[in-house]
Design a protein around this ligand. Structure first.
Ligand code: SF4
Length: 344
């Protein structure tokens, strides 16, 4: 897909409405043009100015000179062996790269989007962490990922997960504003928009206080602070007890089940004792648990054997929460959980 070539200028969709109107009036255009542009962008998901078919060519040329339409451009994409999952690398106007993944299934059409380029949290099993922190994405950069993916997909996007690059709660304001607009623009309910955090307990309390009803997912990944600190340094600031107490706080206010994610790492967090300790943390919380066998990248961690995975899952039998094993999609193109690190 081609995107506007004048990507070095500030993009039109990230401007305030007032600035957009000013640009149009400088071009001697009336205000109704703005609703036409919004219609082309948010309803028809055009890729560039030229696709606005009811605009005179002279206006398109002026707009192209003034602003790019979107703040991102797609620079690479790849398809997984299943021929369904697709990963896209996009570039921001600051020149940083992010990744977004399209994951269609029979029932759903889910997109996994980034909230930051790189990430500061340095989770040891995560490919993104190796990039360090590069930038927060603004609202337009977050939404543009979905516009692009909707344009490419022949099926309506039904679910959005903030599980791409970055820690969404370290870019709280932009992520929440974008999620609210995603609800309106794409007609996707709050229950179908998942925000996944590595465990910023203060922001879990804040999203509850702010009464946002998006789905919350927490990356748990260990049953003791000692192990969790080794693989997720954020545990120094927010230990497991604080995280679980913030999850109770969230449930009391929002009344929505929380999803806990647990990446299983061979000989690190995969024992039956780990499973039992994990259950003791979650047993009084209305939640579900996703077990994710680790997708091996070039680092030190390995995926446990299927026998170990089964033993771990069996040890959780009988506890009052649902457990599912999530075999990540898109592993062949490094688009599985924890694998996003800009390899085309
Ligand atoms: S797992 Fe998420 S929070 Fe942790 S370093 Fe990777 S992108 Fe950041």
């Amino acid at each position: 897909m081609k995107v506007s070539s004048s990507i070095n200028k500030k993009s039109f969709i990230e401007l305030s409405e007032k600035d957009q109107i000013d640009i149009l009036s400088n071009l001697n255009e009336k205000k109704f043009r703005l609703s036409q542009i919004n219609n082309w962008v948010f309803k028809n998901h055009v890729s560039n100015w030229k696709e606005m078919k009811n605009f005179p060519l002279s206006l398109i040329e002026k707009l192209e000179k003034t602003n790019s339409l979107y703040p991102l451009k797609i620079i690479a994409n790849s398809k997984a062996d299943d021929n369904m999952t697709q990963k896209f690398i996009m570039q921001t106007m600051k020149g940083n790269k992010i990744e977004s993944v399209l994951m269609p299934t029979k029932k759903r059409n889910t997109v996994c989007i980034s909230s930051q380029s790189g990430c500061v949290l340095d989770c040891k099993f995560c490919a993104t962490a190796s990039l360090g922190f590069l930038q927060n994405l603004n609202e337009a950069e977050i939404i543009s990922q979905i516009i692009y993916l909707q344009k490419i997909s022949n099926k309506r996007i039904s679910n959005v997960v903030f599980m791409g690059m970055g820690e969404p709660f370290l870019n709280y304001k932009n992520v929440i504003e974008a999620a609210c607009r995603i609800k309106d623009i794409f007609n996707i309910g709050s229950r179908k928009i998942t925000i996944s955090t590595a465990g910023i307990a203060s922001k879990i309390r804040q999203i509850a206080d702010d009464n946002h009803k998006f789905k919350l997912a927490i990356s748990m990944n260990a049953s003791t602070n000692e192990i969790r600190k080794k693989i997720m340094p954020i545990t120094e600031k927010y230990p497991i007890q604080d995280l679980i107490s913030s999850a109770h706080y969230y449930y009391k206010k929002i009344k929505r089940f929380i999803t806990f994610e647990y990446v299983l790492l061979k000989d690190i967090n995969d024992s039956v004792d780990d499973a039992i300790r994990l259950a003791s943390h979650l047993r009084f919380l209305p939640c579900k648990l996703n077990i994710i066998p680790y997708n091996e990248i070039d680092g030190a961690y390995k995926r446990p054997s299927n026998q170990v995975i089964n033993d771990f899952v069996n040890a959780l039998d009988g506890y009052p929460f649902n457990v599912t094993v999530r075999w990540s999609k898109g592993i062949s193109i490094e688009a599985g959980c924890g694998q996003l690190a800009l390899k085309a």
